[in-house]
Design a protein around this ligand. Structure first.
Ligand SMILES: *[C@@H]1O[C@H](CO)[C@@H](O)[C@H](O)[C@H]1NC(C)=O
Ligand SMILES: *[C@@H]1O[C@H](CO)[C@@H](O)[C@H](O)[C@H]1NC(C)=O
Ligand SMILES: *[C@@H]1O[C@H](CO)[C@@H](O)[C@H](O)[C@H]1NC(C)=O
Ligand SMILES: *[C@@H]1O[C@H](CO)[C@@H](O)[C@H](O)[C@H]1NC(C)=O
Length: 517
């Protein structure tokens, strides 16, 4: 007996030892993450991998972080677990780009390797000071959430400073609950550094707090910039704060905002507050509030100002509380970022345009004018694909509805439909392929938004398709809908047009996106 038992005990002991080592927090180092990625990145399944959207080499990603133009290149960091397809032991992943659509993976920037961030290097932002890149982020640990600084001389390797944490629970105002305090957005205004962070109030609502500093290390509480109402969710995340077209804009991601009509239908919602900040009192005077994307998969927006003066924003192209098909199918990765979008304010509201650089990669496959659609399904030669850009301007004066079926095959399609009577544009993935389940009440498969027709009853749509995503910009970006899709049929590449009544497509272009250009 004994000679059988001892090896078993020894094996159990050894495996316990290995587990204990593997799960010891200090084992999560930048070096280990980078080695793991190098060894395993070729194992990810490419079936649904985006072509021109930013994704991680392997594993799980969520919020974009630290988006900045540094030494002439765009850098985007992101919430990252290289080791699995779940949001656990979060690191900061890192990629850079010259044009916002060719992305080069860089080494992982930060790992959860200190006591104050042992459960995750959570979201934050970066700022350049004296030529160095300063990252301000949330350290998540069993002791709570604190704000920390890490500094990089080259934009690649970061050192967490000895003074960390630089903001902790004792820096919160008296109306805050200490356990939710995160997502610093750092910026400079009139030679003062500010950080906007979020916390949960004792009333279980979100709020944005403002702190100020002269050196990015010593911070003083300035004000409660804005406190959410009960109707605006139980907690806010990922504040973004900037000036745009003569206004102040505060973007937040709200947790569990109750649905109203077509709005706030997902578990979590991104809102833009437009108004003016009183910098003396540190209060935000709100003039308008609006959900900024009405699709199923859009969260945690973060922006930068580039050297061309453009305000460019990226969001996580997924949603919390859902099933993630690439995880369920063991494909080794989950998550991608939206196409970067240029923000502007028109008529008091935010509009979003795809970054203009992407047009360089267009290979025109079809350009047509004055195509009349009647009550039958129309297929247009050259218009098909699983990664491309479709733009249409359609006259709906004599139509009841206009539909574009994307990724269409024998039994599958993703349906973008405009109803002329209700003026609603809907994006429906119920017939797309793999069904995604989530914590929301129905309708989970479709989202819609009101888009008034333009002059002469024209509707313009620009649609980006990329393997497992669809992003729709309607009427010049007044509304957008972003949704992930997982077609299963071989050659689900068809694009078909359907009208009820008569719709005249004045202009149509379809392009493939070729990254080798
Ligand atoms: C909590 O909500 C109550 C009632 O809505 C309000 O009177 C009070 O000011 C709120 N407290 C804080 C700290 O915001
Ligand atoms: C499309 O039709 C309109 C109205 O008939 C006409 O004015 C226009 O020139 C046509 N466009 C092209 C490019 O053929
Ligand atoms: C997905 O859900 C829709 C709506 O409930 C249903 O009609 C369809 O059969 C489901 N598809 C799959 C592949 O399960
Ligand atoms: C539609 O196409 C015509 C002909 O190519 C072009 O002159 C016009 O600018 C286009 N309209 C829009 C709104 O792009």
């Amino acid at each position: 007996m004994a000679e059988h038992i001892y090896p078993v005990i020894l094996a159990l002991f050894m495996s316990y030892l290995l587990c204990a080592l593997a799960y010891k927090d200090s084992e999560y180092t930048v070096q280990r993450a980078n080695e793991y990625i190098e060894e395993n990145k070729y194992s990810v399944d490419k079936t649904y991998r985006p072509h021109y959207h930013l994704k991680a080499p392997i594993g799980w990603i969520n919020d974009p972080n630290g988006f900045i133009q540094y030494q002439g290149e765009y850098h985007l960091f992101y919430q990252y677990n290289p080791y699995s397809t779940t949001a656990n032991k979060i690191h900061w992943g890192h990629a850079k780009s010259k044009d916002l659509y060719h992305w080069e993976d860089l080494p992982v920037a930060m790992a959860p390797d200190h006591d104050y961030d042992s459960d995750g290097v959570f979201s934050g932002t970066t700022i350049e000071k004296d030529g160095k890149l300063y990252a301000m982020y949330t350290g998540n640990s069993p002791n709570g959430q604190v704000q920390c600084i890490a500094v990089s001389e080259d934009g690649i390797t970061f050192d967490k400073i000895a003074e960390n944490p630089v903001l902790k629970a004792s820096d919160l105002p008296s109306n805050a609950q200490p356990q939710d305090f995160r997502d610093p957005k750092v910026f400079k205004k009139d030679d003062i550094y500010y950080v906007a962070t979020v916390s949960k109030t004792i009333n279980n609502t979100g709020q944005v707090l403002l702190y100020q500093s002269s050196d990015l290390i010593q911070w003083q509480f300035k004000s409660i910039l804005l406190e959410g109402t009960e109707e605006q969710g139980i907690m806010w995340e990922c504040p973004d704060l900037f000036e745009l077209d003569g206004k102040d804009v505060l973007i937040i991601s709200s947790i569990q905002m109750p649905a109203v009509g077509d709005d706030y239908r997902n578990t979590d919602t991104v809102l833009a507050f437009i108004g003016e900040i009183d910098w003396t009192s540190g209060e935000f005077h709100v003039e308008s509030v609006k959900e900024i994307d009405h699709g199923l998969d859009f969260y945690a927006s973060q922006s930068l100002l580039d050297d061309k003066g453009r305000r460019i924003s990226v969001s996580w192209m997924n949603m919390w509380g859902r099933s993630y098909p690439t995880a369920d199918l063991n494909q080794g990765w989950v998550g991608a970022m939206t196409l970067p979008r240029e923000f502007h304010i028109e008529n008091g509201y935010l509009v979003q345009k795809p970054i203009s650089e992407i047009a360089v990669a267009y290979v025109y496959a079809a350009i047509l004018h004055n195509v009349t659609l009647t009550d039958k399904t129309t297929v247009i030669s050259g218009v098909a694909g699983e990664t491309g850009q479709l733009e249409v301007i359609v006259d709906l004066s004599a139509a009841n509805s206009f539909t574009i079926e994307i990724r269409a095959a024998k039994n599958e399609k993703t349906v973008l439909r405009y109803d002329v009577l209700t003026q609603e544009l809907s994006l429906d993935r119920s017939q797309t392929g793999v069904n995604i389940t989530g914590s929301e009440n129905p309708p989970l498969f479709a989202r819609q938004v009101k888009v008034p027709l333009g002059d002469n009853n024209l509707l313009s749509l620009q649609i980006f398709v990329d393997k497992s995503s669809v992003e729709v910009f309607a009427n010049g970006g007044v509304e957008t809908l972003t949704t992930t899709i997982y077609p299963t049929e071989e050659l689900a590449q068809g694009i078909q047009f359907v009208a009820e009544g008569e719709a005249i497509i004045q202009n149509l272009t379809y392009c493939h996106i070729d990254l080798t250009i």
